[in-house]
Design a protein around this ligand. Sequence first.
Ligand code: NAG
Ligand code: NAG
Ligand code: NAG
Ligand code: NAG
Ligand code: NAG
Ligand code: NAG
Ligand code: NAG
Ligand code: NAG
Length: 380
Amino acid sequence: MRLCVVFCPARGGFGPGTRQMTGFCPGRWLMLLALRLLFLVPAGEPVGRSESNFPKAMDNVTVRQGENAVLRCSIDSGVTRVAWLNRSSILYAGKDKWSLDPRVVIVTNSQTEYSIQIVGVDVYDEGPYTCSVQTHNHPRTSRVHIIVQVPPKIVNISSSVSVNEGSNVTLMCLAIGRPEPTVTWRHLSPPVAAAGRRGLESQDRRAKQVTVRDFVEDEYFEITGITKKQAGEYECSAYNEVSIADVRKVEVIVNYPPYIPSTKNVGVAVGREGILQCEAAAVPPPDFEWYKEERRLLNGLNGIQIKKNGDRSMLTFFNVSEEDYGNYTCVAVNKLGTSNTSVLLFDRGAVLDGNNSASGGMTASLWLLVILFVHFLFKF
Ligand SMILES: *[C@@H]1O[C@H](CO)[C@@H](O)[C@H](O)[C@H]1NC(C)=O
Ligand SMILES: *[C@@H]1O[C@H](CO)[C@@H](O)[C@H](O)[C@H]1NC(C)=O
Ligand SMILES: *[C@@H]1O[C@H](CO)[C@@H](O)[C@H](O)[C@H]1NC(C)=O
Ligand SMILES: *[C@@H]1O[C@H](CO)[C@@H](O)[C@H](O)[C@H]1NC(C)=O
Ligand SMILES: *[C@@H]1O[C@H](CO)[C@@H](O)[C@H](O)[C@H]1NC(C)=O
Ligand SMILES: *[C@@H]1O[C@H](CO)[C@@H](O)[C@H](O)[C@H]1NC(C)=O
Ligand SMILES: *[C@@H]1O[C@H](CO)[C@@H](O)[C@H](O)[C@H]1NC(C)=O
Ligand SMILES: *[C@@H]1O[C@H](CO)[C@@H](O)[C@H](O)[C@H]1NC(C)=O
């Protein structure tokens, strides 16, 4: 038979005779004193010698913070005195309430059951509770633990940050709960800028999988030498078995100088509309400048229009003339740097006016054949 004693793991009786054997244990002596007060333990009478199976407290009680806990104790008809204790303090003895806590109420006090309820359990109520009875002068106890669960809750999380590429970033997410919640970090989104994403994907085809790689189980998530690809939203989840995870997000903005993935030369016939495009990935978004040789082009002058659309700049010639053909330079600038590229506006020719590039390609191939042929002729 295993009758437990508050605070003390040792089994067996707790009469004065066993004191030297088990050592000093204040909780146990306090309870013994409390039980003596109730005359549940006659002096010198060891506890736990009876063959009866009563009292029988229920299994441990697991309850969520704020809910009610009922502590049940099954007894038999031979029982003369009953009490419920919280550690060493008596909550109820028979029908008499000893606890000053209004949350403690008696539920059942019958021949077979002696139960109390704790209304609105809080974390400090967690611990051992003892049902103590006296049957035919034999005092016995049975112990039950109240285990208090608290849903996970994120109490402090890093605010969104804006850093330069290459910086070290530490994200923090502190959570409370019982049991202690597990905290995980996940990278949600790749960089926001469309051009950036396209450009980066051509560098690394697995760019979309960053979410899978950047998964960390820790309250602190350290990123050393942050890259463009590591920009975006990070999600912190705190979970335990009690309820659904608490989830919060942090945005990490990674600033980097402009990067122009590629540009396309444009062939347009005289008198037609021509549009040169320049796309640059940059955070913060870039400003654009257009040059022809050393000359800066300005919006609205000489029949051109310069329009910015996010990370893209468009240089429009409303009516292309011979003088417009040439080598243009697009310069993208942000606070971290600048980048440039050149784009050609060339004469597609009146014959091929407005037609698809396949025929343009064919003309080029034809010319190549002619040149090769001439070359061939000169060799002989
Ligand atoms: C009751 O809870 C206590 C403390 O958490 C634990 O030591 C004990 O093993 C539990 N008993 C049962 C029957 O689960
Ligand atoms: C149980 O004891 C603990 C520690 O003394 C106390 O904080 C808590 O309020 C008590 N709970 C009840 C229901 O008596
Ligand atoms: C969150 O943590 C930071 C860093 O430890 C601290 O400075 C701040 O005061 C905390 N905020 C709250 C609301 O606890
Ligand atoms: C970032 O962390 C690495 C390794 O911990 C360190 O060597 C480096 O100096 C740090 N860089 C900055 C800018 O603090
Ligand atoms: C384009 O310019 C040429 C020469 O300046 C002019 O003859 C022609 O009418 C213009 N076309 C349009 C559509 O403005
Ligand atoms: C256009 O100009 C740039 C320098 O401004 C030069 O590097 C590039 O080769 C030129 N392109 C052509 C096709 O001439
Ligand atoms: C374009 O970039 C090159 C170096 O990459 C630089 O030498 C040149 O001056 C730049 N051109 C303009 C117009 O900014
Ligand atoms: C280009 O030429 C093809 C036939 O060679 C014709 O079907 C097509 O409509 C032309 N495209 C334009 C834009 O004129």
